[in-house]
Design a protein around this ligand. Structure first.
Ligand SMILES: C[S@@+](CC[C@H](N)C(=O)[O-])C[C@H]1O[C@@H](n2cnc3c(N)ncnc32)[C@H](O)[C@@H]1O
Length: 187
C-alpha cells in the first residue's frame, strides 16, 4: 500500500480531481462499509479508489464469489491499483461517468453497492449529476450508493435523485477533514 506521503504528492498535483490531500481514515472507512452485507454482495463498484485504502478493506471483507470493479482516472493511482494481485478485482482507467458502458462490456447488469470517494462538488455539475443518475440506474433494487463528502452541498441532490426517504446521513469527526457519509438506497 502507498504511504500517506506518496498520496499527498499525487493528490496535491491533481487537487481538482483528488479533492483532498490525505487518504480516508480507518474510522471513516469503517462507517462507509458498515451497512454492506458482505455475505450476499456479488458486485461492488468503487469510484475514485485513489491509493486503494478503501479497496483493500473491501477486498478483505468480500466473499470469493464477489467482484469489485474500480473506476480511477488518475494514471499514477491506476498503475498502483493494477499491482494488487486479486482475481476478484477489476481496475478500470475510466471515469465513473462510463459506468453503464463498462458494466455492459463486463456483462454485468446490476451492482449491489457503490462506494464513492468522488469529489462531487469539484466536478462540473452536469458530470456529477450524470454519474449519480447512471449509478442509480445500475443499482439493483434495495442496493446502496454510499458516498463521503466534506460538506452537505449534495444532500439535496441525493434526495432529488434517490427520493428523500431513501437517503440517510452519518458523520465522522476522526478524518481530515471530518466527513459526512451519505447512504442512498434504491427503491
Ligand atoms: C478524495 S480521493 C479518494 C481516495 C481514496 N478513495 C480515499 O478515500 O482516501 C478521490 C479520487 O477520485 C478520483 N476521481 C476523480 N474524478 C473521477 C472520475 N470522474 N472517475 C473516477 N475517479 C475519479 C481521483 O483521481 C482520486 O483518486
Amino acid at each position: 500500500m502507498q504511504t500517506k506521503k506518496a498520496f499527498f504528492k499525487e493528490a496535491i498535483k491533481n487537487f481538482k480531481t483528488a479533492g483532498t490531500i490525505t487518504p480516508s481514515s480507518r474510522f471513516l472507512i469503517k462507517k462507509m462499509l458498515h451497512s454492506i452485507d458482505f455475505n450476499t454482495a456479488k458486485v461492488i463498484v468503487e469510484y475514485g479508489p485513489g491509493n486503494g485504502i478503501i479497496t483493500h478493506q473491501i477486498l478483505n471483507k468480500m466473499q470469493s464469489d464477489c467482484v469489485l470493479i474500480c473506476f480511477e482516472i488518475n494514471t499514477h493511482f491506476y498503475k498502483h491499483l493494477k499491482e494488487i494481485n486479486d482475481g476478484r478485482l477489476i481496475v478500470l482507467k475510466s471515469s465513473a461517468e462510463n459506468i453503464l458502458i463498462e458494466l455492459k462490456k463486463l456483462n454485468i447488469n446490476f451492482a449491489d453497492y457503490f462506494i464513492s470517494s468522488l469529489p462531487l462538488t469539484m466536478l462540473p455539475k452536469l458530470v456529477s449529476q450524470n454519474i449519480l443518475v447512471k449509478s442509480k440506474h445500475a443499482l439493483r433494487t434495495n442496493g446502496q450508493f454510499i458516498q463521503y463528502q466534506y460538506s452537505l452541498r449534495f444532500y439535496r441532490k441525493f434526495k432529488q435523485i434517490f427520493n428523500k426517504n431513501n437517503v440517510s446521513l452519518n458523520f465522522e469527526l476522526a478524518n481530515i477533514p471530518p466527513a459526512f457519509i451519505y447512504k442512498c438506497i434504491k427503491k
